[in-house]
Design a binder for this molecule. Structure first.
Ligand code: 6R9
Length: 653
């Protein structure tokens, strides 16, 4: 593992272990015995899990595995939205709250399952009027408002694929995604609240749509009362078309392998990958994992996943998993410090949240704000705490346990990816002992291994690449329109063994618990968001002053990794490597990709370290970015380059 990013070597020192309490174990949704059941009869185990759903027609075959192509629940038919909504109303739970929605400015909405059924049906009828049919692609760029959920479920109901694009992404990023999937409809809003202020949304989406002729209509939700440019005939207000529809809509069954959504994620090249998920297997695993990993009790638990629906966590753990399990969820629109740093704890107290699922970057931010903040609130309703998005350092894990969980909530560190669709590695609360910083073991029904470059399993104490050696129901079914990239990215590294290559480094401790060590490729993880180094490099070199750029992820106390860029400026610009020039570049990246991709630091250099084959040696740049002694430079084409960079930086150039 040459270029493996953060290697948390201190983890081998971590010996604390927290066994489940007897009280929790006595009422837990899963038991130890599930692990053996998952191993002994994997397909039988998943067939049992699929029974959590309503099938219009039962499957004939659990799994058809022609590596790397899997079909799950072959011959089965279901409607995903019916499973997430109508079914609960039909079973007498129409009055149960599906969402306690909390707007950033403090406005609220309570949405019951009966409300959800009517809103989703109306939206489905409106989409039909706008010409959306099964198999079409619909782009959604919305803030965290209920209409985002209605839109996703309306698509699912009609068998149309949604492609949700994070609200913070630039017009360019939206354009690329619409173009790749040839979306027909875009659903957006007039504006979005950002730290207490309305920011424009439609103005940006219009910029994208001007360059994407496949878009026939833009459906616009009014959220901030912002004035918007309007294109007659193309643009339609949500309240104009949706509100007048009937609240009745008959959901048609679709094949278990009918596509459900595309979600773009960064790869090692500049072009994002459209990860494709299908219906039956995806929903089965989303529901199963939400049930066992969070020990969710329908009608009792109050569940809050703080992710944005623009990320896979929002798809699987705000929308599909919880709704399939008839959860009562909190959905919050805004930032955690608006209007004050206790906003999350205030919400936990207000709704009596019992399951709270967030990301390490936010936990580290809470740590920075101080434990006095959560201390001011009554957090005694909390029972289970979750973490996702990046490795959680033991210090943050302990802080979370002590200051949020008051030492009595199991912490579930959940490892998974956009590609895996649902949680793969995590402890089971009430069953598995937890260790600060470890995702512990693969879930019942899931198989993972840590192997060497030669695909040899490493034993206890060993480290290597994380692979998934058996197919799983919510696995990606491909990269939209690019089968070759699908094979190359995930299935070529261990082609002989047929293993899925996750792109993460991992190790086993002496007890066999799994510790994730970060990405082994050129993908950075900034606050749990995957951003490719190449993507940021392309944005930088698209600026007229930049000749060349190299980007690395350097470890960052708060965001996990921070983006550090090394740029070579062009001729005249090179004389002006001052603050203004650097600010202009940071802003340029934010404009090209989105504010989350803004480099933390930009260093102006005269040369970049390259191998003889011209590959930039990011490992060395990472040494500089993290203030370390620069490592082995023998493979550099010109070994003096690093001296030049290091000395140039010391002189403050
Ligand atoms: C769900 C999600 C996936 C990448 C993954 C890994 C990192 C996610 C983690 C974790 C260590 C965890 N990652 N969860 N690393 N421990 N609990 O985040 O999906 O955005 O596709 O990112 O995130 O590196 O490969 P996605």
């Amino acid at each position: 593992m040459a270029d493996s990013g953060p290697t948390l070597s201190n983890l081998s020192m971590e010996s604390r272990s927290f066994p489940p309490s007897e009280e929790f174990a006595a009422q837990a949704n899963a038991t130890e015995e599930w692990y053996a059941r998952g191993d002994d009869d994997r397909e039988g185990f998943w067939a049992e899990q699929a029974e959590r759903l309503h099938w219009h027609q039962k499957w004939d075959q659990v799994l058809d595995w022609q590596p790397p192509f899997a079909k799950w629940f072959v011959g089965g038919k279901l409607n995903v939205a019916y499973n997430c909504v109508d079914r609960h109303v039909d079973e007498g739970h129409g009055d149960q709250v599906a969402f306690h929605w909390e707007g950033e400015p403090g406005d609220t909405r309570t949405i019951t399952y009966a409300d959800l059924k009517s809103e989703v049906s109306k939206a489905a009828n409106a989409l039909t009027e706008l010409g959306v049919q099964a198999g079409d692609r619909v782009a959604i760029q919305l803030p965290m408002i209920p209409e985002a959920v209605f839109s996703m479920l309306a698509c699912a109901r009609l068998g149309a694929m949604h492609s949700v694009v994070f609200g913070g992404f630039s017009p360019g990023a939206l354009k690329a995604r619409i173009e790749d999937a040839e979306c027909k409809l875009l659903i957006t809003s007039d504006g979005q609240y950002r730290r207490g202020k309305p920011a424009p949304m439609k103005e940006n989406t219009d910029e994208a749509v001007a360059q994407t002729p496949t878009i026939e209509h833009v459906l616009v939700v009014k959220r901030t009362e912002t004035d918007v440019p309007w294109t007659e005939g193309r643009d339609v207000w949500w309240h104009d078309i949706v509100d007048r529809q009937s609240g009745e809509h008959e959901a048609q069954p679709f094949d278990a392998e009918h596509p459900l959504f595309i979600l773009y994620t960064s790869g090692t090249t500049g072009k994002p990958k459209g990860i494709l998920h299908t219906s039956g297997g995806y929903l089965t695993q989303a529901a199963y994992t939400h049930h066992v990993v969070f020990d969710h009790k329908p009608g009792e638990s109050v569940y809050w996943c703080t992710a944005d629906i623009g990320w896979v966590t929002g798809h699987s753990y705000i929308v599909y998993g919880p709704l399939a399990n008839r959860a009562t969820s909190v959905m919050y629109e805004g930032t955690p410090n608006t209007p004050h740093e206790g906003r999350h704890w205030e919400i936990v107290q207000k709704y009596g949240v019992s399951i709270y699922y967030t990301a390490p970057t936010l936990i580290r931010t809470f740590m920075k704000w101080g434990k006095e903040i959560p201390e001011k609130y009554d957090l005694s309703s909390l029972r289970v705490l979750g973490s996702v998005g990046e490795p959680i350092n033991p210090e943050a894990w302990m802080w979370y346990r002590e200051n949020v969980g008051r030492d009595n909530c199991p912490i579930v560190d959940t490892w998974w990816q956009t590609e895996t669709g649902a949680i793969m590695i995590a402890p089971l609360p009430g069953v598995t002992a937890t260790k600060p910083g470890s995702a512990m073991r693969a879930l019942p029904g899931i198989s993972a291994e840590v192997v060497t470059e030669e695909a040899q399993p490493v034993g206890p104490g060993g480290g290597g690449y994380l692979v998934l050696d058996k197919p799983w129901p919510s696995m990606l079914r491909g990269i939209w329109g690019d089968e070759e990239r699908f094979r190359d990215t995930y299935w070529s590294r261990f082609a002989d063994q047929g293993y899925y290559f996750a792109g993460d480094g991992a190790k086993y401790d002496d007890d066999g618990a799994i510790w994730l060590l970060g990405r082994v490729d050129d993908v950075m993880n900034v606050s749990g968001h995957r951003i490719s180094t190449t993507e940021v490099e392309s944005a930088l070199v698209s600026h007229p002053t930049v000749a060349e750029a190299a980007v690395v992820g350097a470890s960052d106390e708060t965001t996990g990794q921070g983006i550090v860029a090394f740029v070579i400026l062009r001729g005249n610009a090179a004389k002006d490597g001052g603050e203004d020039a650097i600010k202009a570049l940071r802003d340029h990246v934010a404009k090209e990709i989105g504010p989350i991709a803004k480099p933390r630091q930009i260093m102006v250099v005269e040369e970049l370290p390259k191998t003889r084959s011209g590959k930039i040696m990011r490992r060395l740049l990472r040494d500089v970015a993290e203030n370390r002694e620069v490592g082995d430079v023998t493979t550099l084409a010109d070994s003096t380059v690093m001296d030049l960079i290091s000395s140039g930086l010391k002189e403050g150039k």
